[in-house]
Design a protein around this ligand. Structure first.
Ligand SMILES: Nc1ncnc2c1ncn2[C@@H]1O[C@H](COP(=O)(O)OP(=O)(O)OP(=O)(O)O)[C@@H](O)[C@H]1O
Ligand SMILES: [Mg+2]
Length: 256
């Protein structure tokens, strides 16, 4: 018996399949979000690369920004609940989850059983989200997956003073033309996002242990910058982009 969790985010579609013993036996990540062919691609990728079939799935839950548009799952559950479920299953000691996605950033506090205490969300502006990093990486012509390794080469942090992504884009171009090194600018971009995220986290209140999830948690430069701003250690789950889909799959099993 298998259970499917589907997380349709604004930037990426994530699928996780677990068995009845809660082992993750299948996964698929497509860097296309809601309103695109992301879901179809992720589903066909899942069945093509694993040894199970649609008829083996006994239950499914959909979550994420695009969940209301997806009619083929048994149930839909909010992202906040699914992230809390997935993270507390992987690391029960976590009390604060910071999820940096492509469009919004969420800070969620949970108790020892994974129950939500409170949460805060930044969803109105690209500053402090993965979108800010994506826009800047395009200006610098750097693959998003290389931002972390380039950050490691920085010798100083060139602060970006504009928080608005549109103004910050011009600022980055002007720093480039005045001869600042790309790694130092990249470190400044990560610092800018980290400051916004830390502000949100402090407003909500943080309690250790802290986890960082979402696609942006794969960026080691962002982890460095956020640990610096929070003056705290962050625990990164082994598949940080998949925790919402994992939580959805766990709910599908429980519902069954
Ligand atoms: N290998 C990688 N290294 C660094 N960043 C990455 C990597 N892969 C994806 N990202 C970034 O992760 C973000 C997408 O993460 P995620 O899938 O958690 O977002 P989402 O769930 O679609 O968005 P939201 O939760 O805001 O609706 C994008 O900004 C993308 O640039
Ligand atoms: Mg998300």
């Amino acid at each position: 018996m298998f259970f499917l969790g589907i997380d349709i985010g604004s930037s990426a579609t994530k699928l996780v399949v677990i068995d009845e013993n809660r082992n993750m036996i299948g996964r698929s990540v497509i860097q296309l979000g809601t309103g695109t062919s992301g879901v179809e691609n992720a589903v066909s990728n899942l069945y093509a690369s694993h040894d199970f079939h649609p008829e083996d799935i006994m239950g499914s839950v959909v979550t994420g920004y695009g969940r209301k548009q997806f009619g083929s799952a048994d149930t839909e559950i909010s992202e906040i609940s699914c992230h809390a479920k997935g993270v507390s299953f992987l690391t029960p000691s976590i009390r604060t989850i910071i999820d940096i996605g492509g469009q919004d950033t969420k800070v969620i506090r949970i108790d020892g059983k994974g129950k939500i205490q409170d949460f805060t969300m930044n969803d109105k502006c690209a500053a402090g989200t993965g979108r800010f990093i994506s826009v800047m990486s395009k200006v610098l012509d750097i693959d998003i997956a290389d931002m972390g390794s380039i950050d490691k080469e920085a010798t100083e942090i060139i602060s970006i003073s504009n928080t608005c992504a549109v103004f910050a884009e011009s600022e980055v171009i002007s720093k480039l033309s005045s001869g600042c090194s790309i790694p130092n600018i990249v470190a400044g971009i990560h610092q800018s996002v980290a400051r916004r995220v830390a502000g949100l986290a402090y407003r909500n209140g943080i309690e250790p242990d802290l986890a960082l999830t979402g696609g942006v948690a794969q960026n080691t430069g962002m982890v460095r910058a956020l640990e610096q701003e929070l003056n705290a250690r962050l625990i990164i789950p082994c598949d940080p982009q998949l925790t919402g889909a994992l939580g959805a799959a766990l709910y599908a099993l429980e519902n069954y």
